[in-house]
Design a protein around this ligand. Structure first.
Ligand code: MTE
Length: 364
């Protein structure tokens, strides 16, 4: 199957974050005002958090934005593009553990503004353009949300998301997010170590990999019913079990101070910060433990360009462009902010042991 996959040199001017967006300077207080008024009607927990000013990412954004002269752009509740926020998630998100001061679960790099994180998206179920997911995922329904657990596990079944997450506490982590298209962001996620959830599902000794599937719903996902689509839906991804159990691998249910917007993969998505962003499958409805390596969408589409491992590697170019540098968003059209890409996206100290003895050129 041959498809034309856009590379960084093909980036359309319309895809570059418009200057007006990132230069818009509404005050941070205005932003929290919008949030607080929405939150007050939702739950007292949220209001307590905002009223006492304990929102850690809000504080970070405030400090970092002030430092870089970029104010966080106020956001309206509809930016989440959700028909309704699941009440249990709203509460869990409000009770999350704060981001640690140091270590691999955080970074001192400037956060990418909320407006960029939620308007420059890859979610092909909603279209091919970066703005399609935020404009076309209106009223995405995530409540109730079921996740099927199957394969090599002692606990197969259909789990309500609420039950799947009930025993775990959420935490906030700030990760670099590097797309294979050579752009990157820094995002404050809210979620849990993937391994913590998988352990409770009791994978058997035969489980060597774990496969994830995205919701398949062509009636509400225009990309899935498009006759131009070459993707064999549903979108799928996989990890080796030791990768999945690594503490950095995360199941995210929120970003910034709220539940995940539809365009970012509500209500449940994978975040594997040392890998290219396409491993971060969105809107997960199936977790299957397998003996053999599962397929993954981009490898299925173009195996010479995309592999199973997809570890960020500046020394292995994509066949059509270099991976040595990345465009850190927001990045003005005529003054692109590019920075060197780091091995394993800067997480080499934590994860290179997972690949000891492997030829990372062959296993791209
Ligand atoms: N998951 C699904 N279901 N569908 C997709 O098209 N795109 C992937 C990944 N997860 C994708 C997906 C790609 S290519 C990237 S770079 C990230 O999602 C983008 O995540 P973001 O939009 O939150 O930045």
């Amino acid at each position: 199957m041959l498809i034309k996959i856009k590379n960084c040199r093909d980036v359309l001017s319309s895809e570059i974050t418009p200057e007006s967006v990132y230069r818009s300077r509404r005050s941070f207080l205005q932003g929290t005002g919008v949030l607080a008024s929405g939150g007050l009607t939702t739950t007292s927990l949220i209001s307590a958090s905002f009223l006492t000013g304990t929102s850690i990412s809000a504080q970070k954004v405030n400090a970092q934005s002030a430092a870089q002269g970029d104010a966080l752009i106020a956001r309206a509740p509809q930016d989440l593009n959700l028909a309704a926020k699941p009440a249990f998630l709203v509460e869990k998100v409000a009770l999350r553990r704060p981001v640690p001061d140091s270590g691999p679960f955080t970074t001192t790099e400037s956060l990418t503004p909320f407006s960029d994180v939620t308007s420059y998206n890859n979610f092909y179920e909603f279209g091919m353009d970066k703005s399609d997911p935020s404009t076309r995922a209106r009223d995405f329904k995530v409540d109730p949300w079921m996740v099927k657990v199957s394969g090599e596990t002692n606990k197969p079944g259909d789990y309500a998301l609420e039950d799947l997450l009930a025993p775990v506490d959420l935490e906030e982590r700030i990760y670099r997010h590097r797309c294979v298209e050579a752009w990157s962001m820094v995002i404050p996620w809210i979620g849990v170590s993937l391994g913590e959830v998988l352990k409770r599902l009791e994978p058997t000794g035969d489980a060597r990999y774990v496969e994830f599937l995205t919701l398949e719903a062509p009636d509400i996902m225009p990309g899935q019913r498009s006759r131009f689509s070459t993707i064999d839906w549903p979108y799928r991804e996989g990890l080796r079990m030791d990768e999945a159990m690594h503490p950095l691998a995360m199941l995210a249910v929120g970003l910034y101070d709220d539940v995940l917007p539809a365009q970012n993969g509500a209500p449940l998505r994978l975040v594997v910060p040392w890998k290219y962003g396409f491993k971060g499958i969105k809107s997960i409805v199936s977790i299957r433990f397998t003996k053999s390596m599962p397929n993954n969408t981009w490898r299925d589409l173009q195996p010479s360009e995309y592999g199973f491992y997809a570890n960020v590697n500046p020394t292995v170019s994509h066949p059509r462009w270099s991976q040595a540098r990345e465009r850190r968003l927001p990045s003005p059209l005529f003054a692109a902010r590019t920075i060197p890409t780091l091995p394993f996206n800067g997480y080499a100290d934590e994860v290179d042991g997972l690949y000891a003895g492997m030829d990372l050129r062959k296993n791209y």
